[in-house]
Design a protein around this ligand. Structure first.
Ligand code: 5GP
Length: 294
């Protein structure tokens, strides 16, 4: 066989490629028409997980919005410091924050729900907050997968999806996690499909995850709202952590060291909410979600 010749595509592969390209074209044209009719907002498109949409140019999307022609689209892009050829996948958090303030982009309310990522040191009360939001119909609280064993009273599919190491590795390889991290000797991950589904149904999604997972979401989704829950004082956190049962002194020290590391990450978050009272934190979370960049 002559190695200089390009590989010959079989008719099956060729027709598969043609079908894929035509599907991508029709998805993109559907997006443009949704924007024109006001069925979806610009920010709904930014979080659309389909690759055909992620590859669309920002300029093309802006131009499709009612009341925005080429000139206005270019002016919006320059205010947000977005280069003319930028694609949706390349938009950053800073740019999204500026775009959220554009009156022409605020006209259509987003159909998709927000993504709220909540982190903070152990013992700060994150699980109480998450449990309260589970009872709030506006929110959908994600159920993570983990390789750790269930604790007393925990059930599969409710508190976590308890997976074997092999199954967890398979799901990482298949790209099924929005983020995942190792924590205290076990692995934890957020199932991507369920989060996307809930957001597309218009529900605000809450992830209660540790800090390195929050960092991953920050990178992959510029629209995510990152919230750090802080204790009123270090002493209060220490009392709560130390008061937790029958730890050995070494284990207690390890908890405190970890909490100190976690506290040091607070400034990486968009908002820091001090947990004086759970009701107050809940009210603040609800207001953040209703006006993410106010
Ligand atoms: P626990 O084992 O006590 O339920 O959780 C330990 C830590 O794992 C907590 O800080 C919790 O927020 C975090 N965690 C739970 N689910 C996830 C997840 O899906 N991803 C990440 N990155 N952390 C998680």
């Amino acid at each position: 066989m002559d190695k200089r010749l390009p590989p010959q595509l079989t008719p099956e592969i060729r027709s598969l490629a043609v079908a894929r390209a035509s599907k991508a074209r029709s998805e993109r044209s559907e997006v443009r028409s949704d924007l024109r009719s006001g069925a979806r907002s610009f920010f709904d498109i930014v979080i659309d997980p389909r690759m055909s949409i992620k590859k669309m140019r920002v300029l093309e999307l802006l131009e499709s919005l009612p009341g925005v022609g080429l000139t206005r689209a270019q002016a919006i892009m320059s205010r947000a410091e977005i280069s003319p050829t930028r694609r949706i996948a390349g938009l950053g958090r800073h740019q999204i924050a500026i775009l959220r303030k554009e009156p022409l982009l605020r006209k259509v309310k987003s159909a998709a729900g927000s993504l709220v990522v909540m982190s903070g040191p152990g013992g700060v009360g994150k699980s109480t907050i998450a449990a309260a939001l589970r009872r709030d119909p506006r929110f959908w609280v994600s159920v993570s997968a983990t390789t750790r064993s269930p604790r007393l009273g925990e059930s599969d599919g409710v508190d976590y999806f308890f997976l074997s190491d092999e199954e967890f590795s398979r799901q990482i390889a298949a790209g099924e996690f929005l983020e995942w991290a190792e924590f205290a000797g076990a692995r934890y991950g957020t199932p991507k499909a369920a989060v996307n589904r809930a957001r597309m149904e218009g529900r605000d999604v809450l992830l209660e995850i540790e800090i390195s997972g929050a960092r991953q979401v920050r990178k992959s989704d510029p629209t995510a709202i990152l919230v750090f829950i802080s204790p009123p004082t270090w002493q209060e956190l220490e009392d709560r952590l130390v008061g937790r049962g029958t730890d050995t002194p070494e284990r207690r020290q390890a908890r405190l060291d970890l909490a100190r590391l976690e506290m040091a990450a607070a400034s990486e978050f968009d908002h820091i909410l001090v947990n004086h009272r759970v009701e107050q934190v809940l009210a603040e979370l609800v207001s953040l979600v209703s006006s993410p960049n106010a």
